[in-house]
Design a protein around this ligand. Structure first.
Ligand SMILES: NC(=O)c1ccc[n+]([C@@H]2O[C@H](COP(=O)([O-])OP(=O)(O)OC[C@H]3O[C@@H](n4cnc5c(N)ncnc54)[C@H](O)[C@@H]3O)[C@@H](O)[C@H]2O)c1
Length: 406
């Protein structure tokens, strides 16, 4: 049949966007659903740079970009990332891995030539060491970002997506916390991530580099980073579970976190790269907030309580209505499902440090010494108490001010 006649006699069915944003078209002839043609308007293959691509989130992003048919150059100095995070992808001819420090402009700039999309995730990302080593954090997170921005500008990169951090909100008092909330950086990690975000937006404003900043929050998933320092709760608890030790719960365990699954974060990066928007900041969260006690109930096992520490929020909960409206992005992985996936991959934490009350106490004392505070003293931080119970959140989200954040 001539194509024109065929098309006239057919009705068109567009499937909803698939996760890789490819719209698949099926053509239906007469009464019989006969598959006639499958066409994909998937994004044309892009050439991408992923800084920090050997890290936790970066390696998931690299995997997704390669699956979608894009070519990826990873720039990573392996300070906290691992080659094994990319091992399953190493035979892919579209993947290039370069060991380099992003702060070394002369060494990275050649990798940006003819690149379409830059995803800038490289950073020193543990909180406690940032208090101990502010200079190296400034170098990787701020100088490194300027170096990557300048390489992207000089080579005419088309899209630049930055992995910012919701730690810029500090001990927030507004829940769900919108992008317009006050900036209150509490420690060098948060400050360096925020300063780098300012540079990203400045390169957009001054040089018209098309940039988007995604403020991530409590990201979890397989391969989540576990360095030697005391850090994110999932790594601590899963290593304790494997060792048959009780979970060390800070305070009463009623504090809540906006745990966001890594595949949802990756999807936000992809949608930000595909969009035409620039100069925007978006929160990327789960749309909820979950208590540590709930996490323990899902993981199963015994717990011990350890004292609360200064600077740790009672609640993290990002408002995601801006990104939902602007990019049509929504988280897909619920908390129960995400925790089940973590348990499926529990072997990822076999070599992670197993923390107990004593080793946490020692690490915490060092942390306090750097902050010039004595352990347990009444500090501005320890006075901070925000109720983030389910009831409090319901009343917050039902108010006029937060109607977009329900
Ligand atoms: N994981 C979270 O919950 C979370 C939350 C908010 C923001 N972020 C941001 O997302 C990004 C990725 O975080 P992650 O959890 O995957 O951390 P990660 O430590 O697993 O990954 C960071 C990667 O950057 C690399 N890197 C660090 N300094 C570098 C340098 N100077 N040159 C080259 N490579 C360097 C590391 O080797 C590592 O592979 C970071 O920018 C982090 O600040 C993460």
């Amino acid at each position: 049949m001539h194509l024109k006649v065929l098309l006239a006699s057919l009705s068109l069915h567009a499937w909803p966007s698939t996760p890789n944003n490819a719209t698949v078209l099926y053509l239906k002839e007469g009464a019989s659903d006969q598959f006639m043609m499958q066409e994909s308007n998937a994004v044309q293959p892009k050439r991408c740079v992923v800084t920090g691509g050997a890290g936790f989130i970066g390696s998931h992003l690299v995997e997704r970009l390669l699956t979608d048919g894009h070519a990826v150059t990873v720039l990573d100095n392996f300070s906290s990332g691992h080659r094994k995070n990319l091992q399953s992808l190493s035979s892919n001819s579209k993947l290039k891995i370069c060991q380099v420090d992003i702060a070394e402009y002369e060494q990275i700039k050649e990798h940006f030539v003819e690149i379409d999309w830059v995803f800038h995730l490289a950073a020193l990302a543990d909180i406690v060491p940032s208090i101990e080593q502010p200079l190296s954090y400034h170098r990787s997170n701020v100088d490194g970002t300027i170096s990557v921005l300048e390489a992207a500008r000089q080579t005419g990169v088309k899209r630049f997506i930055y992995a910012a951090s919701s730690s810029c909100y500090g001990l927030a008092t507004e829940f769900p916390t919108p992008e317009t909330a006050a900036i209150k950086t509490e420690y060098p990690y948060a400050l360096t991530k925020y300063l780098a975000e300012c540079y990203v937006l400045h390169w957009n404003q001054v040089y018209k580099l098309p940039c988007i900043s995604l403020r991530l929050i409590n990201v979890y998933g397989p391969r989540a980073r576990t360095t030697g320092s005391y850090g994110a709760v999932f790594g601590v608890f899963l290593a304790q579970k494997l060792a048959g030790r009780p979970y060390t719960v800070v305070g009463d365990g009623n504090q809540t976190r906006d745990f966001t699954f890594v595949s949802d974060v990756v999807q936000a990066f992809i949608q930000a790269a595909q969009s035409e928007l620039s100069g925007e900041i978006f929160n990327v969260g789960s749309g909820g907030t979950y208590s540590i006690n709930k996490l323990i109930a899902l993981l199963g096992g015994d717990k011990v309580h350890i004292p609360k520490r200064p600077g740790e929020p009672d609640c993290t909960f990002a408002c995601i209505s801006k990104i939902s409206k602007a990019l049509g992005w929504q988280p897909q992985v619920g908390f129960e499902e995400g925790v089940a996936k973590m348990l499926e991959h529990i072997d990822d934490w076999r070599e992670a440090p197993v923390w107990d009350e004593k080793s946490i106490d020692i690490a915490t004392r060092q942390w306090f010494e750097h902050l010039g505070e004595s352990k347990g003293s009444e500090t501005p931080h320890s006075k901070h108490k925000i109720l983030c119970t389910e009831e409090a959140l319901c009343s917050a989200t039902s108010s006029e001010e937060h109607k977009d954040c329900k």
